[in-house]
Design a protein around this ligand. Structure first.
Ligand SMILES: Cc1cc2nc3c(=O)[nH]c(=O)nc-3n(C[C@H](O)[C@H](O)[C@H](O)COP(=O)(O)O)c2cc1C
Length: 373
């Protein structure tokens, strides 16, 4: 048996043992940007999953760029030290060949928010809110605070935040630095006409709206050594009239290709409330269009939970990588079960202490004791 999902790939010089990526997932469990024991548990279980690449949750490039009080950051030395502990432990137990990435980002007007399980609204005056900033003084939605409009003189500081976070990620030993330019956060706020109504050279035409995100990507690329890949998450659609459409995403991806990104991940939505379609391939087709039009290694994401579905996305050439989020929370050994289902269990490097649950040793027991699961 062979499997496209479990085939190797080289992205930007980095060899991955398969096409399965743990999608970045904020755990909202940090203390002032510092990773905690929760992250240790979370990453250590993912480390043995056999995923080709694990991309850690978005780390804020500045304190004001955190979405919530619980977001991790890479804006000071304490953040770096805390993350070093977690990453070292996870690498210590990791499956052979697994590579590590981290997303870096700034929440802009979507910062200063409650954790999802606290309501996901803007922080109230009692919850220690902070002043948010954005390309234009337009709130995320009704009831949210109006952000401070960034002056051009702020841009160097924000760009530098991304650069310094990337430098910290390199020092920590990450193989991939992924810039977050989707989900309605700061760089997406520049890209979308919904949130960017600037009259200067950073607003208006697509070229102008792309200017700052491209400057950031270029600046980050310049500080990455050759063995660290620059990735980026972009949006394929705002799902709103007058919002970003896929043709614009393709143009952006072409510019990013010239900068030298190793891959683009095509997500969508988040710039403002919208009606988002939920057919299984709603986002996969956006990735497919970007890949076909640009040839940039492309990662698809969204509602991928089934092994055969993931296999089909890769084998049909819709995308080069699949990022999986919620299915990994539900089943941190998703690749083990996918490999068994696709008939390639030998692709999984079972850790010795867990070897006895290999399908070959375990399935006979399960067959004899169907209630054991
Ligand atoms: C708990 C949670 C936290 C998330 N945090 C991030 C994040 O830090 N950065 C990001 O780009 N996307 C984040 N996402 C979005 C996921 O990476 C992914 O794009 C989305 O959940 C769709 O994939 P899925 O259908 O496999 O869950 C998060 C999703 C979840 C469920």
């Amino acid at each position: 048996m062979s499997s496209a999902l479990f085939s190797e790939i080289n992205i930007g010089g980095l060899q991955l043992p398969n096409r399965i990526v743990v999608s970045p997932m904020c755990q909202y469990s940090a203390n002032d940007g510092c990773a905690t024991d929760w992250h240790l548990m979370h990453l250590m279980q993912l480390a043995i999953s056999g995923a080709g690449l694990i991309v850690m949750e978005v780390a804020a490039t500045e304190r004001v760029g955190r979405v919530t009080h619980g977001c991790i950051g890479l804006y000071n030395d304490a953040n770096e030290v805390a993350l070093a502990r977690v990453l070292a432990a996870a690498k210590h137990v990791q499956a052979k060949g697994t590579r590590w990435g981290i997303q870096i980002g700034h929440a802009g007007r979507k910062a200063s928010a409650q954790r999802p399980w606290e309501g996901r609204e803007a922080l109230t005056p009692e919850e220690d809110p902070w002043i948010t900033e954005a390309p234009s003084a337009l709130p995320f939605r009704e009831g949210w605070p109006v952000p401070r409009e960034l002056a051009e003189s702020d841009f160097a500081r924000i760009r530098q935040g991304f650069v310094q976070a990337a430098e910290r990620a390199v020092r920590l030993g990450f193989d991939v630095v992924e810039v977050h330019a989707a989900h309605g956060y700061l760089l997406h706020q520049f890209l979308s006409p919904i949130s960017n109504q600037r009259k200067d050279q950073y607003g208006g035409s697509l070229e102008n709206r792309m200017r700052f995100p491209l400057e950031v990507a270029q600046a980050v690329k310049e500080v990455l050594p050759d063995n660290v890949v620059l990735g980026i998450r972009i949006t394929g659609s705002d799902w709103l009239d007058n919002g970003i459409v896929i043709e614009e995403t393709v143009e952006l991806a072409n510019k990013l290709k010239n900068i030298g990104v190793g891959y683009v991940c095509v997500s969508s939505g988040g710039i403002a409330p919208a009606r988002i379609p939920h057919n299984l391939d709603y986002q996969i087709v956006l990735a497919e269009k970007v890949k076909a039009a640009t040839g940039v290694p492309t990662r698809a994401v969204g509602l991928i939970a089934d092994a055969k579905q993931a296999e089909q996305i890769i084998s049909s050439g819709q995308a080069d990588l699949v990022a999986i989020a919620r299915a990994f929370l539900d089943d941190p050994r998703w690749p083990w079960h996918a490999a068994a289902e696709l008939g390639v269990p030998e692709k999984i490097d079972y850790p010795g202490p867990y070897e006895r649950c290999k399908p070959a040793l375990w399935s006979r027991y399960q067959a004899a004791h169907p209630s054991s699961r």
